[in-house]
Every structure is written in C-alpha cells, then in structure tokens.
Write a protein that binds this ligand. Structure first.
Ligand code: PLP
Length: 409
C-alpha cells in the first residue's frame, strides 16, 4: 500500500520535493533539512479507525504517520510503546506536583534511537540498499547495528574517540563494522557522509536524514495516546542534534487533528552546560553558532547540531523553553531518578530530570504543574558515569561480625 506522504518540505526555503531518496534540500544544501508531510485528512480518518480496532502496541501502530512502505517487511523487534511511570517521590525531590517518566531505555538496544533506526532500515530496504552507515556518539550506532542485524543489512559505523566502551561493544556484538575515528563526533559525521557517497551506502545519520526523525515522532504520538486529555503541562527532552525534541513535538502536534489531544503540552529542551549551541540559538534568535563539547552526557555532546531549526521551531510552537544543566546536576539527577523513580538512565537519559529541577527553581516551570520526562537511554550504556554518581560497594570479610561492624559505620 502506498504511504500517505505528500512530499518533503525544506525547513529553510519552504520548497516541496517529491518523496524519494534525498537527504537535504537540493537548493539549500546541507542546511536544508527536509520535513515529511502527509495527507492529514486521510491520516486522521485512518487513525480514528486504528484507535478503535488495533491492539498493536509498538511504533507500527503509527504506520500511517510514517514514510514506510507496506511492501517492506517490518523488523521483528519490539520498538516503542514504552511504559510511563508515575513517580511521586521523585516529583517531590524535583519540586513538582506531578511527575511521570517515559522509559525509552526499554527499547531493544536500550535507547530512544531504536525508533529512528527502525524507520532507517526500512528506508534502506525500500531504496534497495544492502548496506547502511551512520556516524553516532553511540546510541544511534548501537541501535542501527541491532536493527540491521534483525533484518539482515550490513552496517558500517563511525564513532568518535570518546564513545563509551559499552556502546562500542554493543556495536561489535551485533556484527557491525566499527570505525573509531580519531577525532570528534563532527569529524566522524563528515567522514561517514563522504563514505556513503563514495561507496553507495545508505546514510542513517539522523541529523539530516528526513525519514529518521519521523521514527522519533512516534514517542510524541505515544505520549499523546498514553495520556490523552490528561496530558501533562510539560514534556521534557534532552537535546543534542535536536531531532528527538523536534520529532516528539511534531508527533504531539499531529495528534490534534484526530482529536487525541486538544492542546499540545509545552516542550522543555535540556542541554548540557558544556554543549549548548541550540539553547544559545534559541535565546539569541539568531542562526546557530557551533561550539565545543565538554560534558559527561556523551549522547548530547553535539557541537554542530544539524537539526537545530526543527528543535527550536517545535519548542516555540509549543510555547516551551530551553535550559542547560551542569555535569554535577546531571549526575545528581542520575542518582535521584534511580533511587526515587526506580529507573536507571544514562547521563543524557536523565538530563531532562536535571533540567526540570532547575526549571522549577528558576520559575520557568511552576511547582503546581505536571511534567513527563523522556528517559532517552539506559544507564548501563555508560558505566563510567554511573560509577561516578553511585558511590562505592563496601568490602567485608564473609563473617557476620564483619557485617555488623560495617553496618555500624
Ligand atoms: C541521541 C540522544 C539524545 C538527543 O537526541 P538528539 O536528536 O541528538 O537531540 C538524548 N539522549 C540520548 C540517550 C540519546 O542517545
């Protein structure tokens, strides 16, 4: 069956292009990020039916909202429809009346990125590629490696030197060919782009690929359906390239038409103090100026974000805001989220909790409001940071007296 996609609109010049294998606007070049548009009347009608009839509880519930052809078989892994937890003790510690966590660390490769990779491998198949590549700080890569393994595509991955070991190991076990680039994420990104052109691989790099952000959109669609009219006032998301928050914002907007939401919640975008070019561009209302990167939250350590326009556009459309947090605040949030919410997130995964806490103390978010924080990645992805946040085990002899002595301390 054909998709409901009507075209790809450039976020810079507004021109619409046909739905085919292109990454950015031919007129605007790399800056010309494309946005997938749909026949929304048809979409709303079909989705009303889906809500009535479909018991499917994963991202493919939203096939009509995605640029995927039904001629390509779906990957067998369970992606999306991640749980939402009500966490009153964490809410109290953060200073808000009602707080929820949406745990996207529970996706098959343990991060939010699986939503995007799932669409990426489908597009690679649809466009008849047998090899797919990406540059990534880690999660997009492990996700692509896992999804490629699941459907039998070859994958080449370019990671920056600072990618945490557990993430690199995850790539290797899924059989990806891994290039550890002696340089930054930005350099890895450029090398990947060149390699895809040179060798004819499909480029999954989510900063620019217009289809991947559609996969990320499913989290917004889910949040809308999972809460319905009880949607919290704020949806809090950590920001690196900007695709995650841009996608979630788009998903929430698209749920107005079918009547799932009557208002869109405000987006709070959270960056790390050591890498906040999107926040700077948002505040200055000027074009983005690339920065350096220095943060424990490797997944949002992006100095040259590709999708900042989309991120800012969605934050503004929701009358939302942006904030930055220090590494110390991130590690504190890692502890709090685990100990008071029972969810173990990686630094970028819990940066939203840190950002919300700060936004409350600075008055952006009111204590009597409600929020859902998207936990974008699992804590075991980055043991080094977790160790910094967690403290030490107590070494004792295997004797009861030794235990008693230790407990008295
Ligand atoms: C990629 C990622 C983000 C940020 O997503 P962007 O699209 O780069 O803004 C946040 N958290 C985790 C765990 C990620 O892997």
């Amino acid at each position: 069956m054909a998709t409901l996609v009507t075209g790809l609109r450039c976020l810079v010049c507004g021109a619409t292009h046909a739905h085919k294998n292109i990454l950015t606007c031919p007129k605007c070049g790399e800056q010309g990020i494309l946005d997938v548009e749909y026949d929304f009347d048809c979409l709303a009608a079909r989705f009303t039916q889906t809500r009535r009839d479909s018991l499917q509880r994963d991202i493919w519930r939203y096939c009509d909202f995605l640029p995927v052809s039904s001629d390509v078989p779906l990957p067998p892994l369970h992606i999306g429809w991640t749980p939402i937890y009500d966490v009153p003790r964490l809410a109290k510690a953060v200073g808000i009346s009602k707080l929820f966590l949406k745990d996207d660390g529970r996706n098959p490769t343990n991060s939010f990125k699986d939503r995007a990779s799932a669409v990426g491998v489908m597009k690679a198949r649809e466009f008849s590629f047998d090899t797919i590549a990406c540059a990534s700080t880690g999660n997009a890569a492990s996700s692509l490696a896992g999804l490629s393994a699941a459907i039998g595509l070859k994958s080449y991955i370019f990671v920056p030197q600072r990618a945490p070991e557990p993430k690199v190991t995850q790539l290797l076990i899924f059989g990806a060919t891994v290039m550890r680039v002696q340089g930054t994420y930005e350099q890895a990104f450029d090398l990947c782009t060149q390699a895809c052109e040179e060798f004819g691989w499909y480029n999954r790099s989510s900063g620019i690929n217009p289809f991947l952000v559609e996969g990320k959109k499913t989290a917004g669609l889910e949040i809308a359906e999972q809460f319905g009219k009880n949607i919290p006032d704020w949806v809090v998301v950590s920001v690196g390239d900007g695709c995650t928050i841009g996608g979630i914002g788009k998903g929430l907007q698209e749920m107005k038409r079918p009547g799932v939401l009557d208002r869109v919640p405000r987006l709070l975008g959270v960056q790390a103090e050591g890498a906040k070019p999107v926040l700077e561009a948002f505040k200055s209302r000027k074009d983005l100026v690339p920065t350096g990167t220095n943060t424990v939250a490797d997944s949002i350590a992006v100095g040259t974000p590709r999708n900042w326009r989309r991120a800012i556009q969605q934050v503004k459309a929701s009358t939302g805001d942006m904030i930055a947090v220090s590494d110390e605040e991130i590690l504190d949030a890692m502890r709090l989220t685990a100990r008071l919410g029972g969810v173990f997130g990686e630094p970028a995964g819990v940066a939203g909790v840190a950002g919300l806490k700060k936004a409350i103390s600075t008055g952006i978010v009111k204590p009597d409001e409600s929020a859902v924080v998207v936990i974008t990645g699992n804590g075991l992805k980055d043991i080094q940071s977790a160790k910094q946040a967690a403290g030490q085990a107590i070494d004792i002899e295997p004797k009861l007296e030794a235990l008693q002595r230790a407990l008295r301390k």
